[in-house]
Design a protein around this ligand. Sequence first.
Ligand SMILES: CC(C)(COP(=O)(O)OP(=O)(O)OC[C@H]1O[C@@H](n2cnc3c(N)ncnc32)[C@H](O)[C@@H]1OP(=O)(O)O)[C@@H](O)C(=O)NCCC(=O)NCCS
Length: 154
Amino acid sequence: MLTDRCVRDVRRGDLGDILAIDAAAFATPLNENELLDLLRQRRVGGYAHECYGRVLGYAIYEHGRAGAHLLRLAVDPKFRRQGVGTALVQKILSLPDGRRADITATVRESSLEAALFLRACGFTARLKRGGFSDTHEDAYVFTSRIQEEVCVGR
Ligand SMILES: CC(C)(COP(=O)(O)OP(=O)(O)OC[C@H]1O[C@@H](n2cnc3c(N)ncnc32)[C@H](O)[C@@H]1OP(=O)(O)O)[C@@H](O)C(=O)NCCC(=O)NCCS
């Protein structure tokens, strides 16, 4: 099992690996300019999971007053089911309080793999009808259990 000790901030030299992983993971992958624009945004952060001298996965999140939102996360297909994705999520869960009070992720209803993964990470889901404006596909909005516990206490 690969732990979050291998997770660090994204560096410029990771961009090629991240783009290759992204292209293998998503039907509409990011190009280099889109990735750079995303990472340059003030409230956006990125983590890379590096092991065996290579990047095995990455996560990009946005943080604001309401907490963090997972924008993009993918793992090299050759290294899936070894805890890389979980380690990246755990790193975001360990952001300082003000940046992670509310951790959400929105996935397409058809993304069974992503849904099962987030459930395994302890997130809970609610259905958002027509949540994706491009295809009008329904979305699942996942919320971390930490936020639920915070809400219960309010
Ligand atoms: C979803 C994704 C990030 C998971 O990364 P990963 O490193 O393989 O995940 P982990 O090894 O940490 O998996 C943790 C748990 O999630 C669940 N899980 C992960 N992938 C799964 C799959 N394909 N089918 C069923 N359950 C799965 C399992 O319970 C797993 O634990 P187990 O391996 O002990 O059974 C990876 O499959 C991926 O990059 N998919 C394409 C991109 C994508 O969908 N991104 C959206 C993520 S929110």
